[in-house]
Design a protein around this ligand. Structure first.
Ligand SMILES: Nc1ncnc2c1ncn2[C@@H]1O[C@H](COP(=O)(O)OP(=O)(O)O)[C@@H](O)[C@H]1O
Ligand SMILES: [Mg+2]
Length: 618
C-alpha cells in the first residue's frame, strides 16, 4: 500500500518510537511521523491536526496512555488511537477500550508485526465511522430540510420526533409543545384516524392516506400520510414513522375543479342550444345533449373526431378549415364573437340553417373553441311564410281594390247606358209634351199628346226595373228575404240564362238558422266559384249540393271542365281562391278545391252554422 499517513507517536523511549516507525512503514512506506515526548509537544501536535492515527505507550513519564487517548479524541473524535504497550494490564485495556481506544498491541517481539495490521484495521474502521457520521449528518439535514413533514410516534401515541416541516405544517414554532401533544389529538375526524390505524396494523404500512388534521390554531388541513410500523426483533411494534404532506391546496383545487365541472355539465346538459367545443386541431371535445338532438349524432361517436367532417356540409368544409388555420396562425377569426348564420349538416346529410356564435378560449396552451348553435329552420320557415303571406295580403288588397273598381265601372256603365239613356228619352218626351200642350189647339194634337202620356208609365217601369236589376246584382234581395238557399237558386237561374251551362241544384237543407254575415260569405264564395267556371273551366254542366252536416253548412260545386291544377291552386296570383279561403277562415270554416285533369273541379265549402263559442255554449 502506498498510502502516505500522518502518524502521531507518543512514547518516551526512542527505540520504541523507531520500532513503531519501522513497523508502520513496512505497510505504509510513505508515512510521516510526528513524535511527542512531552505534554506541550502533544498539545501542539493534536492542535495542528491532520493526523490519520495515533500510537501511544501506556506508561509515560509525564502522563499515561488513557490521558493521551482522551486528549486526541476530545479534539478529533474520528482519529483512531492504538495503544502499544508492554506494561498495560487487561484491566487497563478494558478501561481504555471504554474510553474509545481503537486497538491494543502488546510491545513484545511476538506482537510487533501486528502493529501495522492494527493501523490498517483502525484506519478502515475509522473510515467506516466517518462514512456513517456523514450519512447521519446527511440524514439529519434531510430530516431538517425536506419540505415534507416527518415524524416518529410511539405505540401510545406520543410523538417522539418531528421535523421542522411538520412543525410548520401543524403550526408549532417550538418542538417541545408539538412533542407534548398526543397524535390522536391531531386527527380532525376520528373515523379517518381509526381507518389509518387499522390499515397500519393490518399491513404494516400505509401509502398516501388522505385525512384531515388540526393545526395548532384549530384550522383543518388536508394531508397525505405515509407511515410504517417499526418492529423489534420480537416482532413487537416499537414505533411508527412516516411522512405527512399538506395537500390542502390540491384538495381545494380538486374540489373547485369538481364543482366547476359539475356546474359546466349542468349548463351543458340543460342548455337548449347545441354546444360543441373544439380543440385547436378542430376535433370535438364536448358535445351536449342538445347537440346530439340537433345533429342526430351521439356524443361518444363524435368526441375526438374532426368537427368539419361531421357537422359541416362538404361545400363549406375547406372554408372552415382555412379559417381555423388562420386563427391559429394569426389569432384573428372572422366569425369569432359574432352571431352568424351558417349551414350545418345532420347525420343523415340533411342540411339545415343554424345561428352560431363561437368563442375562443385559451388557458395556458392552444386555444379551444366553444360554439353555441341554434337550429333556425323553424324560424326561417316562419320568416318565409310571413314574407309570403305579407306579399299575398298586399296582392289581395290590390285585388280587392281592383274588383271594387271593376264593380264601380260596371255599375257606372249600367247607370250611364241604361238609366242614362232611358231617362234622357223620358226627358225629351216631357219637353216635347210641354211644348205641344202649350200650343195645343186642335183635338188631333191633343190625341198625340195623350198617346205620349200613355207611354210614360211604361218608360218609368223600365227605369224601375233597370234600377232593380242593378240593385239585385249588387246584392240579391232574395238573400235577405228568403235566405241562402233561395239566393243560390236565383243565382243559378241567372247563371244558366247568361251562360247556357246546365246546372243541377241538390239541396237537403232543413230550417237552418244562418246569420246574414255567414249567408253572405257563402253566397259570395258561390258567386266566385261560378265566375271561375265560366272563365276557366270550359264546362258544360255544374252540380251544386247544399247540405248540413254536424252543425256545418256544406256547399259543393262540381263542374265537368278541365280541372284546376295544383300549381294554379297554390299560385300567389290565385287571389279569387285566396279571397274565398279568407272569407271561410274568418268564420272558422274552410274551402277545399280538388281538380282532376280533364274531369272537372270540385269546390267544397264548409262553414260552422253557429259561431264556435256559441256551439260550446249550447
Ligand atoms: N273551375 C275551375 N276550372 C279550371 N281552372 C280553374 C277553376 N277555378 C279556378 N281555376 C284556375 O285557378 C286560377 C285561380 O283562380 P282565381 O284565384 O279565382 O283567379 P282568377 O279567376 O282571377 O284567374 C285561375 O286562373 C284558373 O287558372
Ligand atoms: Mg276567379
Amino acid at each position: 500500500m502506498d498510502q502516505a499517513l500522518n502518524i502521531l507517536i507518543v512514547d518516551d523511549n526512542p527505540d520504541d518510537r523507531a520500532l513503531v516507525r519501522r513497523e508502520v512503514s513496512r505497510e505504509f512506506p510513505n508515512s510521516q511521523f510526528k513524535q511527542a515526548t512531552n505534554s506541550r509537544e502533544l498539545s501542539e501536535m493534536i492542535e495542528a491536526g491532520g493526523l490519520d492515527a495515533a500510537v501511544t505507550d501506556y506508561q509515560l513519564r509525564w502522563t499515561d496512555g488513557i490521558q493521551v487517548l482522551l486528549a486526541v479524541k476530545r479534539r478529533w473524535r474520528d482519529c483512531p488511537v492504538i495503544m502499544f504497550t508492554g506494561t498495560g494490564s487487561e484491566e487497563i485495556a478494558v478501561q481504555a477500550m471504554k474510553a474509545g481506544l481503537d486497538d491494543y498491541v502488546l510491545k513484545s517481539p511476538h506482537h510487533y508485526s501486528r502493529l501495522a495490521s492494527a493501523v490498517h484495521l483502525v484506519l478502515e474502521r475509522s473510515r467506516q465511522r466517518q462514512a456513517l457520521h456523514a450519512a447521519e449528518r446527511r440524514y439529519q439535514s434531510l430530516f431538517d430540510d425536506v419540505p415534507v413533514g416527518l415524524f416518529r410516534v410511539a405505540r401510545d401515541g406520543k410523538i417522539l420526533d418531528a421535523n421542522p416541516a411538520l412543525m410548520e405544517m401543524l403550526g408549532y414554532s417550538d418542538r417541545e409543545s408539538l412533542l407534548a401533544t398526543r397524535v390522536m389529538n391531531f386527527f380532525a375526524d376520528s373515523t379517518e384516524r381509526r381507518a389509518l390505524l387499522d390499515a397500519l396494523k393490518r399491513s404494516g404500512m400505509v401509502r398516501f392516506f388522505e385525512a384531515r388534521f388540526y393545526r395548532r390554531d384549530g384550522k383543518i388541513i388536508w394531508a397525505a400520510a405515509n407511515a410504517r410500523v417499526i418492529l423489534n426483533e420480537l416482532d413487537q411494534t416499537v414505533f411508527y414513522e412516516g411522512s405527512l404532506e399538506d395537500i390542502t391546496a390540491r384538495r381545494e383545487a380538486e374540489r373547485s375543479l369538481r364543482e366547476s365541472e359539475a356546474r359546466k355539465s349542468a349548463i351543458l346538459d340543460s342548455a337548449l342550444d347545441a354546444i360543441v367545443t373544439l380543440n385547436h386541431r378542430g376535433q370535438i371535445t364536448e358535445f351536449n345533449p342538445a347537440a346530439e338532438k340537433a345533429f342526430g349524432r351521439r356524443r361518444e361517436d363524435v368526441v375526438g373526431k374532426e368537427m368539419a367532417g361531421l357537422l359541416i356540409p362538404h361545400s363549406f368544409r375547406e372554408q372552415h378549415r382555412r379559417g381555423l388555420e388562420r386563427y391559429i396562425a394569426t389569432g384573428h377569426g372572422a366569425i369569432l364573437g359574432k352571431r352568424v348564420e351558417l349551414t350545418a349538416m345532420r347525420a343523415d346529410s340533411k342540411e339545415f340553417p343554424v345561428e352560431v356564435s363561437i368563442t375562443a378560449v385559451s388557458v395556458d396552451g392552444p386555444p379551444m373553441f366553444t360554439g353555441f348553435i341554434r337550429d333556425i329552420s323553424e324560424r326561417k320557415r316562419a320568416e318565409k311564410q310571413m314574407r309570403d303571406s305579407r306579399e299575398q295580403l298586399r296582392a289581395l288588397a290590390a285585388y280587392l281594390q281592383s274588383v271594387r273598381e271593376e264593380e264601380r265601372t260596371r255599375i257606372a256603365r249600367e247607370v250611364h247606358d241604361e238609366l242614362g239613356q232611358t231617362l234622357t228619352g223620358l226627358k225629351m218626351d216631357l219637353a216635347w209634351l210641354e211644348k205641344r200642350i202649350a200650343a195645343v189647339s186642335d183635338t188631333g194634337e191633343l190625341e198625340q199628346c195623350e198617346e205620349k202620356l200613355q207611354e210614360l208609365p211604361g218608360r218609368v217601369d223600365s227605369i224601375i226595373s233597370t234600377v232593380r236589376k242593378i240593385a239585385t246584382e249588387l246584392r240579391p234581395p232574395v238573400l235577405d228575404d228568403l235566405g241562402l238557399e233561395a239566393a243560390i237558386e236565383w243565382q243559378i237561374q241567372e247563371f244558366e240564362k247568361r251562360t247556357g251551362i246546365t246546372c243541377h241544384f241538390h239541396s237537403s237543407l232543413k230550417h237552418v238558422d244562418l246569420n246574414p254575415v255567414r249567408a253572405t260569405a257563402v253566397f259570395r264564395i258561390f258567386q266566385e266559384t261560378l265566375t271561375n267556371v265560366v272563365r276557366h273551366a270550359q264546362a258544360s254542366q255544374v252540380n251544386i249540393y247544399l247540405r248540413e252536416e254536424e252543425n256545418k253548412l256544406i256547399l259543393e260545386v262540381q263542374d265537368n271542365g278541365r280541372g284546376v291544377t295544383g300549381r294554379e291552386l297554390s299560385g300567389t296570383k290565385s287571389l279569387g281562391l285566396l279571397g274565398m279561403r279568407e272569407r271561410a277562415t274568418m268564420l272558422d270554416g274552410e274551402v277545399n278545391i280538388i281538380g282532376r285533369q280533364g274531369k272537372g273541379t270540385t269546390v267544397g265549402v264548409r262553414i260552422p252554422i253557429h259561431r264556435t263559442d256559441e256551439v260550446q255554449k249550447k
